[in-house]
Design a protein around this ligand. Structure first.
Ligand SMILES: [Zn+2]
Length: 178
């Protein structure tokens, strides 16, 4: 864990662990439990620390690959980007106009279930090619809780970084959970 504020380099920081909805990735229904924040006494900023973003994003992708039902706008965008597809490429593969994909991702129009199903097939193919991360029950829960649209709220416990792995830092305002 770093000992300085990533915003102002002050050393007057403390670490707080919070449950945090992953809005930075457009995923308000993915709640990262016990996420460390560096809270700075000098500039007042709270900076979230995600130790292994690739690992986290793969685990989130695994959740979306297994889930049923439609994908929320932010989830659709996350999956598209995880697959490495541009909006144009996704529109082409789904046989729709690129403006339609934009409307799905901005929430102006609901994406049809078929779009989510086709995205999931791509996602499952990618995950089976690249290998998945074993997620124990204690690390992942889908409790009944606040919901947005059809999506479940997922609690995801973060894994600790291995030796030599670098942490990624975001300096976004923190969203308090209800
Ligand atoms: Zn600071």
């Amino acid at each position: 864990m770093i000992e300085t504020c990533p915003v102002c380099d002050s050393r007057k920081v403390r670490v707080e662990h919070r449950d945090h909805a992953y809005v930075e990735a457009g995923l308000p229904n993915i709640v990262l439990t016990g996420l460390p924040f560096i809270v700075c006494a000098s500039c007042g900023e709270s900076s979230m620390v995600i130790e292994q973003p690739e690992d986290l994003h793969k685990r989130i992708a695994q959740i979306f690959a297994k889930a049923q039902g439609p994908l929320e706008p932010g989830e659709l965008r996350f999956v598209r980007e995880y697959l490495g597809l541009s909006r144009e490429a996704m529109a082409l593969s789904l046989g729709v106009d690129v403006s339609t994909v934009s409307r799905w991702e901005s929430g102006k129009r609901d994406a049809p279930l078929m779009a989510a199903k086709l995205m999931r097939l791509d996602l499952k193919a990618k995950l089976s090619r690249e290998g998945t991360i074993k997620v124990s029950r204690s690390q992942l829960e889908a409790p009944p809780g606040p919901r947005s649209g059809n999506a479940a709220v997922w609690l995801l416990e973060l894994t600790k970084p291995g030796p030599g792995k670098r942490a990624a830092h975001w300096t976004q305002p923190c969203i308090a959970l209800p």
